[in-house]
Design a protein around this ligand. Structure first.
Ligand SMILES: NC(=O)c1ccc[n+]([C@@H]2O[C@H](COP(=O)([O-])OP(=O)(O)OC[C@H]3O[C@@H](n4cnc5c(N)ncnc54)[C@H](OP(=O)(O)O)[C@@H]3O)[C@@H](O)[C@H]2O)c1
Length: 327
């Protein structure tokens, strides 16, 4: 077992909406690089390094891997080997909503799927409860009441402390939260994609979350690695865009995109930051955003991003310059 004493004083925590829960400004997601196809020792190092640096929140989903489910197993292995005495210092989340097993009960938003999936996740992580259980995406085929009542049941059974929604639009969020409040179920957080290249939540969702007092954790703040210095020249062989298991497609790195990345990299340089740090500072400029949910393939990337905490505030001119590049 490793001895760890997290450097809490070096991390900034933000309250998750109007709830009692605080999350670190940077959280670590295990979507890529923590599966059974990846190197366990590297995955373990990243989890332990992150926690040591005050990243108390680790985000999972039933289907993260590959193989689907294996990221939860990896996290469970590290948790029980190295962090077993730290369970109460950790916020562990998981989700269900995408295809996980064959047939009509392994996908979507039915009560049958969500509750069975949570039981399977708990078995893989080897926990009695997770801190946050999300519906991973809205399911147009299932009445929202059914999905929400399943999240409510998970909380009442003690298998999740809080409920969360992911990728629900503004109207769906209002409907879901109204139901949750009727049930007095602590639905405290919304997880959604947001980065310099993907700004839809600025249209109305961010305002809705603020009005509702819901926390917001944003995923892919680096646009899966596009908003880093990684793809400035070519596609490195060990990058997500080059890997057959990576979700980022090489054809997304167009000449126009590369030009934008170069300009953003110059803005970052003028602040003495890496582009990854600038991209994270940019999402965190909204106080409604509780945490930036990053991914990583090695410890050095986590270390790089954490340096944003030394210089998180952007000037109006810098924000305008970023708008000019991204619009
Ligand atoms: N709710 C949902 O539907 C949903 C969907 C997607 C993701 N998520 C969550 O959000 C988490 C983060 O998503 P994401 O992995 O797409 O986030 P991201 O932070 O946008 O991208 C992470 C990738 O960026 C690269 N990177 C990170 N730091 C770097 C640095 N300092 N310098 C250079 N490159 C760096 C790495 O790419 P390489 O691997 O190429 O090195 C890393 O794998 C996921 O793990 C998951 O928990 C949720």
């Amino acid at each position: 077992m490793t001895t760890i004493s997290p450097q809490y004083d070096d991390m900034i925590f933000r309250r998750c909406g109007m709830s009692g829960l605080q999350l670190p400004l940077i959280s670590l997601g295990l979507w890529h690089n923590f599966g059974s196809v990846d190197t366990f020792t590297n995955a373990r190092q990243m989890i332990l390094y992150a926690f040591d640096r005050g990243i108390t929140h680790f985000d999972l989903a039933n289907n993260y891997g590959p193989e689907p489910g294996s990221a939860e197993e990896t996290f469970g292995r590290v948790l029980h080997h190295d962090l077993v005495h730290h369970r109460d210092e950790l916020i562990v989340s998981t989700k269900a909503g995408y295809r996980m097993w064959p047939g009509p009960y392994g996908d979507g938003g039915s009560r049958k799927y969500l509750l069975a999936s949570l039981d399977q996740s708990l078995q893989r992580i080897k926990l009695d409860y997770v801190d946050i259980f999300y519906h991973h995406r809205p399911d147009p085929e299932t009445p929202v009441e059914e999905s929400i009542l399943a999240l409510d049941q998970a909380v009442r059974q003690g298998k999740a402390l809080y409920a969360g929604l992911s990728s629900y639009n503004s109207e769906q969020t209002k409907q879901a939260v109204a139901l949750m409040r009727e049930l007095r179920t602590p639905c405290i957080i919304h997880q959604v994609k947001y980065n310099i290249f993907k700004r839809d939540i600025e249209n109305d969702l961010l305002d809705t979350l603020e009005e509702l007092g819901l926390g917001c954790i944003v995923f892919s703040p680096l646009a899966q690695g596009l908003l880093t210095n990684k793809y400035l020249k070519d596609i490195p062989p060990d990058s997500r865009a080059a890997k057959p298991t990576g979700f980022l497609r090489a054809d997304e790195i167009t000449d126009q995109r590369r030009e934008q990345i170069k300009k953003l990299n110059t803005i970052a340089g003028s602040r003495g930051q890496s582009l990854a740090q600038l991209a994270v500072a940019w999402v965190l400029r909204h106080q409604t955003i509780t945490s930036a949910l990053i991914g990583a393939s090695r410890v050095e990337q986590i270390d790089d991003i954490l340096k944003v905490l030394n210089n998180p505030d952007l000037t109006k001119d810098e924000i305008n310059a970023i708008d000019d590049v991204s619009s």
